[in-house]
Write a protein that binds this ligand. Structure first.
Ligand code: NAG
Ligand code: NAG
Ligand code: NAG
Length: 428
């Protein structure tokens, strides 16, 4: 990934009626870019409107003829924009997302002008959808997650939300290929059945477009597991390409049953690394299997095959440097967590495109994948606990991912190294 500077600053302005998945897309873009170390943040105008006191507004509030409502929403948008500009400067931000409805041309022109005056490139991202089933599903999900409808009876909330959409429809002007041809924009039609792009120029813009083209919203799960306990794990050595221990093999035998309990009759695909221990762990699973070199364990370079104790003795400075900044530290002749993220990016992209996938791989690699889905801050991600003989089920949803851990109840050594120690012990 190139290094980005002030000249790359970009604001993605969401466009579209309510319940078109705008917040979902905004959250995903922020998570993806942050994971790749691009400073990004989402500014939700609805959130600012609520801060200003309109906590449970009725649909009438959103009527374009309701002057008071209009004024409040304009103020909310201005505050969101002010905070965004402040963030660009104070936090050296690169990509901001303005999550609002922005249904009129006049509004869009106002935002674009303000951004350009601050040397921020505007890029419009419209989610347009007339698939009524999909919209209704979104409305049902939103009324149960939106703070606007906290404590409101379900039927009432849905009815009100649909009325709110009607208010916006009155003035909605979708992006238009001829009228808006000077603007940088992306239009998603029915999620990604059709994607129209216009004047996409910078590297970051094309990266974002490519990413959202790969997203889908079908319900699905992702299961993650480390390989079973290996001979090297038992000997407290890192890296290598050893076989499973007898307990590791026991886990491999039990895995099909545990997965079936969690996945039912779903037809999964299993992804493994090219190392012996992941293949051995997957050998009894009845699913199609795919091997990825990119899923191999973080390369420990000259320390491969050593115990942490030996590393501390032989390379004390490296041992300390790694504890001080585990994300950036690169083993001599090996890799850092940052390096692993770079090679995992195509895996994440493919994972977004797929439905039910079971990944059997290694501790550091799983930490990176887990951090992407669970929004774990970069400096914490190398310290996430991913114990052996545990299946993790991820459920991506509209606002974030839910994770469940299923223990196989087969003992294994701990491979968790605490900061400042060469001892291995699971965090409590
Ligand atoms: C979007 O999907 C719906 C339902 O499948 C379909 O009726 C509609 O024609 C689609 N719209 C466009 C513009 O393709
Ligand atoms: C599962 O999916 C694979 C392709 O991904 C297919 O070849 C296989 O026949 C499917 N199995 C079942 C039981 O549906
Ligand atoms: C309907 C509408 O115009 N929605 C918002 C679009 O974005 C502007 C600026 O951010 C807001 O002022 C509007 O409320």
């Amino acid at each position: 990934m190139p290094v980005f500077t002030v000249s790359n600053r970009l604001c993605v302005i969401m466009v579209g009626l309510p319940a078109r998945g705008k917040s979902f897309i905004s959250q995903k873009i922020v998570r993806y870019l942050s994971w790749l170390s691009v400073p990004s943040k989402c500014f939700n105008v609805g959130h600012y409107r609520r801060l200003m006191g309109t906590v449970h507004p009725k649909a009438a509030f959103f009527d374009p003829d309701n002057e008071e409502g209009l004024k409040l929403r304009e103020m909310a948008a201005e505050r969101a924009l002010e905070d965004m500009l402040e963030w660009f400067t104070a936090e050296e931000g690169i990509v901001a997302i303005l999550d609002a409805t922005n249904t009129t041309r006049a509004r869009r022109e106002w935002v674009a002008r303000k951004l350009r005056a601050n040397s921020i490139e505007p890029m419009f991202l419209e989610s347009w959808c007339d698939d009524q089933d999909l919209i209704l599903r979104n409305v049902v999900e939103l009324k149960s997650t939106s703070p606007d409808y906290e404590g409101v009876e379900s039927e009432v909330a849905i009815h009100d939300f649909l009325a709110r959409i009607k208010k916006y429809e009155k003035i909605y002007q979708p992006l238009d290929e001829s009228h808006d041809k000077e603007l940088t924009f992306v239009r998603l039609i029915n999620v990604s059945q059709q994607v129209i792009i216009n004047r996409i120029e910078s590297y970051l813009e094309s990266r974002i477009v490519f990413y959202i083209m790969n997203l889908h919203i079908k319900p699905r799960y992702i299961w993650l597991s480390r390989h079973g306990e290996s001979i090297y794990n038992v000997e407290k050595k890192i890296g290598g390409d050893s076989h499973l221990s007898p307990r590791g093999l026991q886990y491999a035998r039990k895995l099909p049953e545990i997965v079936k309990q969690s996945a039912g009759d779903a037809n999964l695909t299993t992804w493994i690394s090219t190392l012996v221990r992941t293949g051995e762990t997957a050998q009894f699973l009845p699913y199609k299997q795919l091997q990825w070199k990119a899923l191999d364990e973080l390369d420990a370079g000259v320390c491969d095959g050593m115990t942490y104790y030996e590393i501390q003795e032989k390379y004390p400075e490296d041992f300390k440097a790694r504890d001080d900044d585990k994300f950036e530290y690169r083993y001599r002749g090996g890799e850092s967590y940052r390096d692993v993220i770079v090679r995992l990016e195509p895996v994440i992209m493919e994972l977004e495109r797929q439905e039910n996938i079971l990944i059997i791989t290694h501790q550091a690699v799983l930490r990176c994948i887990y951090a992407y889905f669970m929004n774990v801050p970069q400096e914490e991600s190398p310290w996430v606990s991913i114990p052996l003989h545990t299946l993790i089920k991820l459920e991506p949803r509209a606002y974030g991912t839910r994770a469940t851990r299923i223990k196989a109840d087969i003992p294994a050594v701990s491979t968790y190294k605490e900061r400042g120690s060469s001892q291995l012990k699971d965090p409590q």
